[in-house]
Design a protein around this ligand. Structure first.
Ligand SMILES: Cc1cc2nc3c(=O)[nH]c(=O)nc-3n(C[C@H](O)[C@H](O)[C@H](O)COP(=O)(O)O)c2cc1C
Length: 258
């Protein structure tokens, strides 16, 4: 495979869930966010809040909350005599892209400096987490926490986690009809990839012990594809609470007539 420093950095990145006590300097923090800003954007529909005050997940030294932000654009539009008339769904879909590309730039910039990271996605399924973060960071209307992100110097090293085969991801000209066999091949790559790594079994057990979680599954009897299936087969069936909370945050996603 073709490679260079940038591709190596991308290929070596992995989520880190154990950190040393070493703090990030202000210069490190600022260059990471500045590199994040250099991502392509639709309208810079994001803001990044951060805190070094604990408790922070995985005892990381710094915690970011990446937000979709339609407040700042609204402010400058007002100074130009404009109101936003674009529907909130479009603003949210574009804002999530702006925020996600910036967040991805941030973790790659961090990786290139030897700084590890891990996203925390609870806000996407939890109205109460959206409310907690909005109050904690005093977010104005039309600023929505999209994802949390912790960073720090890694206190663990391990192989990168597996990915689907490229043939299950990259499709030329048209989406193929996937046979069960092809789906099973991709599942096996993922499940074997995790099972092969003794490290992940230990890490899984350690994180659960630290979190005080009671469930006793491991990757020995429980695979990546089963883990994902159990999430999307059980969690957050109704969107109503999330839709209500988004509306409270200033993103009204109901149809005009409702
Ligand atoms: C939107 C999003 C939400 C995530 N939420 C969590 C989380 O709540 N807890 C966690 O430990 N990891 C979380 N992760 C990290 C993923 O578990 C991780 O990226 C994935 O398992 C692949 O592993 P890798 O990043 O080491 O390659 C999240 C990642 C993303 C992009």
């Amino acid at each position: 495979m073709i490679t260079n420093h940038t591709i190596e950095t991308l290929m070596n990145r992995k989520s880190v869930r154990k950190y040393t006590d070493r703090k990030l300097s202000k210069d490190e923090l600022e260059v990471i966010v500045r590199a994040g800003q250099q991502a392509a954007f639709a309208s810079q529909l994001y803001s990044v809040l951060y805190s070094t005050e604990g408790p922070i997940a995985f005892h990381a030294p710094v915690w970011f909350v990446i937000c979709v932000d339609a407040y700042k654009v609204e402010r400058f539009m007002k100074l130009r005599g404009w109101d936003i008339v674009t529907n909130d769904l479009t603003l949210l879909l574009l804002g999530m892209q702006d925020a996600a590309y910036m967040a991805q730039n941030m973790i790659i910039a961090a990786e290139s400096l030897g700084i590890g990271s891990c996203f925390l996605g609870a806000v996407s399924s939890s109205a109460s987490r959206i409310k907690t973060l909005s109050e904690r960071f005093e977010l104005p209307n039309r600023v929505l926490p999209m994802v949390e992100l912790v960073m720090g110097y890694p206190d663990e090293d391990f192989p990168t986690r597996p990915r689907y085969p490229l043939a299950f991801t990259l499709f030329e000209n048209k989406y193929p009809e996937l046979s069960d066999e092809e789906v099973k091949t991709a599942m096996k790559v993922m499940d074997d990839g995790y099972l092969e790594q003794e490290y992940y079994r230990k890490q899984n057990a350690r994180i659960k012990a630290e979190d005080g979680r009671k469930d006793d599954y491991t990757f020995d009897n429980y695979s990546w594809t089963e883990h994902i299936s159990r999430k999307w087969g059980q969690w957050v069936k109704s969107p109503n609470e999330l839709l209500d909370t988004l509306k409270e945050r200033g993103f009204s996603l109901f149809k005009d007539e409702e």
